[in-house]
Design a protein around this ligand. Sequence first.
Ligand SMILES: Cc1ncc(COP(=O)(O)O)c(C=O)c1O
Length: 399
Amino acid sequence: MTDLFSKFDDIIQTRETLLSTGVTDPYNLVMEEVISPTRAICNGRDTILLGTYNYMGMTFDDDVIAAGKDALDNFGSGTTGSRVLNGTYQGHKECEEALKEFYAMDHAMVFSTGYQANLGVISTIAGKGDYVILDIDSHASIYDGCAMGNAEIVPFRHNDVEALEKRLKRLPEDAGKLVVLEGVYSMLGDVAPLKEMVRISKEAGAMVLVDEAHSMGFIGENGRGVCEAQGVIDDCDFIVGTFSKSVGTVGGFCVSNHPKFEVMRLVCRPYVFTASLPPSVVATAATSIRKLMHGSNKRAHLWENSKALHRGLRDLGFQLGTDEPESAIIAVIMPDLERGAMMWEALLKEGLYVNLARPPATPAGMTLLRCSLCAEHSSEQVGEILGMFEAAGKAVGII
Ligand SMILES: Cc1ncc(COP(=O)(O)O)c(C=O)c1O
């Protein structure tokens, strides 16, 4: 018998080597108690959370919690069915209405996760013989959507406008083309030059899908994302997003003005062949989305946090993923995986949780400590965080 697990031997070996140094397993942390969007008990210690996607801090919002409890009481714990059978409740429709209003778009479709939204939309609209032109650093759900649809994948260099233009020029004029971009790239926290990229794509006759997972709620005047901030939202054919970040629950969506968009509900397999979100989840999502429409104070405070953390870390001598703060994600570049893991552990002992990110999830083989800020972090907490980075960085010998 060929052991089908043998293909994972390298990964198992790397992990064993790392753990044999005595370092705490960075991928097995348990949140024993969650106190607020910015604090939890980890290993019995009060810990500041700087590695969640809870950008707008909606997880403990009173109205959001109340809506969830109410839906649980009135509609039960789950739908036990697909959206196209018994799984569409009033709450799913309300959630789609909230999304249409949030984005000022004609159509909205809620999926069970953001992963499934990308998987479903991309695989359904780009099939065999079509081309998907995508940034090489695209999220796994985008790549998996391309693979499932069997479209021709045409990657281009990260955030490189000229590279995108060159790729588009080489494709047959009359072929179906979908350009897939992200507003904020989650590993380095950098923003895409959507203004130029969307224009070039439209001129080449391509449809454009933008994944705004890491910008929804925060970037743009109304929190619609980088498309809004760069003035190209009306030229995007599809915006995909998730409820698992700024919205503060779980789920995914696609919004569009395409006149035939509703047919997706019949032909999109990751929408049809899975159970719909529980009523409590769509109720929390709809409430959160409606509150995010009026979140300009929170957005302003989150920008302050992002700027203060970026400046403070740079002044301490850390190497960062972007020259300026571009989003709520600040990536601290580590010299290698071992020192990255040591630094991650030293921070945890100081009382700070960040994400340790490593290849293949990261670009260019980098090991990163990804810090994601929350609108609920106070300025004092940002100061404390910088103190912890200084102590840990000196202890590990990185600064
Ligand atoms: C860019 C991007 N798209 C999609 C997703 C998937 O979102 P979800 O957690 O809702 O599956 C993520 C999640 O990390 C993401 O970073």
